[in-house]
Design a protein around this ligand. Structure first.
Ligand code: FES
Length: 113
């Protein structure tokens, strides 16, 4: 196993998901790593990664809007803190999982598991 993203699907491994400039400030972008859907948010140049599925129903958060440090689900308006994954507005009450994410010289990397 390497630290450079060559181990996609291995628990705890870092996986390269995008070029460094692929997620501009103030935007969200969804990715799939093996069977895991991930949304990466860029808040003022700091990246955060969450499970890309609202905890209220089966809808991708990457289709939503990033407002400050919150992502709003476009289906029914629930909001989540992108830093922690916690639900901050109904109708969602359960958090979504959050993941480690790093911006490196050679791309954006996410660690699953
Ligand atoms: S599916 Fe996200 S708020 Fe209902």
């Amino acid at each position: 196993m390497s630290e450079d993203g060559g181990s996609a699907g291995v628990p705890g491994a870092w996986t390269r998901v995008a070029d460094q400039d692929a997620i501009p400030v103030g935007t969200l972008r969804g990715f799939e790593i093996e069977d895991e859907r991930i949304v990466v948010a860029n808040v003022d140049g700091v990246l955060y990664a969450l499970e890309d599925q609202c905890s209220h129903a089966d809808f991708p958060l990457s289709e939503g809007e990033l407002e400050g440090t919150e992502v709003e689900c476009m289906f029914h308006g629930a909001k989540f803190d992108v830093c922690t994954g916690s639900a901050t507005q109904l109708p969602a009450i359960r958090p979504v999982r959050s993941f480690d994410v790093e911006s490196r010289d050679d791309g954006v990397f996410v660690r699953i598991g």
